[in-house]
Design a protein around this ligand. Structure first.
Ligand code: GLU
Length: 321
């Protein structure tokens, strides 16, 4: 199938939604902070956005959820065009094979994280991003406040929705339980791979994880990666062609924690998940799709989200392969 038929797309998504809508108690909602623990496990939404402007939603697509690790792609997209190849001196681009917040690998690899989507790598990206907001002339604002505002502005611009915001209660709870992220950041700082204060980096990182979006906003926000780096909603170039290719490749190889290989095998799209139960994935040149279902499997990925996406590419007959 070359051009995607919008009616058929809607029918496929509706069929998959109906197939899985009662499929609960198959995983476990993240419970390390109250705002995640209290999420209704029955929540389920699918949104597809095509680069030619069609959007199809089904389920709880008005319900916002915290995007968590999905934010790592967005901060990388902010940083990559600014830093260029310099970025790869501070972070690698290989799958880690270890858990997303592992300390062990960092020791062996002298404070250079394997990739930008494990926590250590995302902390380095946030730290470097903060460097670009240091010289702002408004001295009443801290670097971290300016960076957080810039991240919000970026996400709002991508999805065309001004009401996207941090979930401040989640952000505070994340900061209070971020012991392992503090450990990672301090450890990397001891190798000289974190420049800003660890507290500021963790604060900024926990805020980016706490951004609350719904599936429609998320699908729209990732369209630029399906459209060679240009946001089709307003024609703005977000990243260059090469960065779009690279970020998509990283999502394919590293986007689903320790399940990235299996996700590529089953789903065949670059994707990124978060412990809030969201997964966003895309087919370059065609569309992006966001799924939300908060029950997670043992790898920390949305259980129903993966089944949904697997059926989607199978029934649509298109993937990146
Ligand atoms: N805020 C979480 C953490 O850094 C994000 C987890 C995730 O979605 O992987 O621990």
């Amino acid at each position: 199938m070359d051009k995607i038929d919008h009616i058929e797309l809607g029918q496929i998504v509706t069929r998959i939604y109906n197939r899985y809508k009662d499929d609960i108690n198959v995983g476990k909602v993240a419970d390390y902070i109250p705002t995640l623990k209290e999420v209704d496990p029955r929540g389920y939404a699918i949104s597809v956005a095509t680069i030619d402007g069609f959007v199809f939603n089904v389920g709880d697509y008005h319900t916002g959820f915290t995007i968590q690790s999905i934010s790592k792609v967005l901060t990388l997209a902010m940083l990559a065009p600014r830093l260029g190849d310099e970025l790869w001196r501070f972070v690698g681009r290989e799958p880690s094979g270890n858990s997303f917040n592992s300390l062990v690998q960092l020791e062996n690899e002298k404070g250079i994280p394997r990739n930008p989507f494990i926590n250590a790598g995302a902390l380095v990206v946030t730290d470097r991003l903060m460097d670009f907001y240091k010289d702002d002339t408004d001295i009443r604002l801290s670097t971290r406040a300016i960076t957080k505002e810039a991240i919000l502005r970026f996400v709002r611009g991508l999805s065309g929705e001004e009401n996207i915001d941090f979930d401040k209660i989640t952000a505070q709870a994340e900061i209070l339980t971020a012991e392992r992220n503090y450990a990672l950041a301090h450890f990397m700082k001891s190798f000289g791979n974190i420049g800003n204060s660890v507290q500021d980096v963790i604060n900024t990182y926990c805020h980016q994880c706490s951004i609350r979006m719904n599936t429609e906003q998320l699908a729209k926000a990732f369209l630029f990666l399906a459209n060679s780096g240009v946001n089709p909603l307003n024609g703005e170039r977000i990243v260059g062609l090469r960065d779009a290719k690279r970020i998509n490749a990283l999502m394919l190889t590293c986007g689903l924690y320790n399940e990235s290989g299996d996700f590529a095998y089953r789903v065949g799209m670059p994707g990124k998940s978060g412990v809030g139960g969201g997964i966003v994935a895309l087919i370059p040149g065609k569309l992006s799709i966001a799924v939300w279902s908060p029950e997670l499997n043992s790898n920390g990925n949305s259980h129903r989200g993966i089944s949904t996406l697997e059926d989607f590419t199978t029934e649509l007959g298109i993937s990146v392969f």
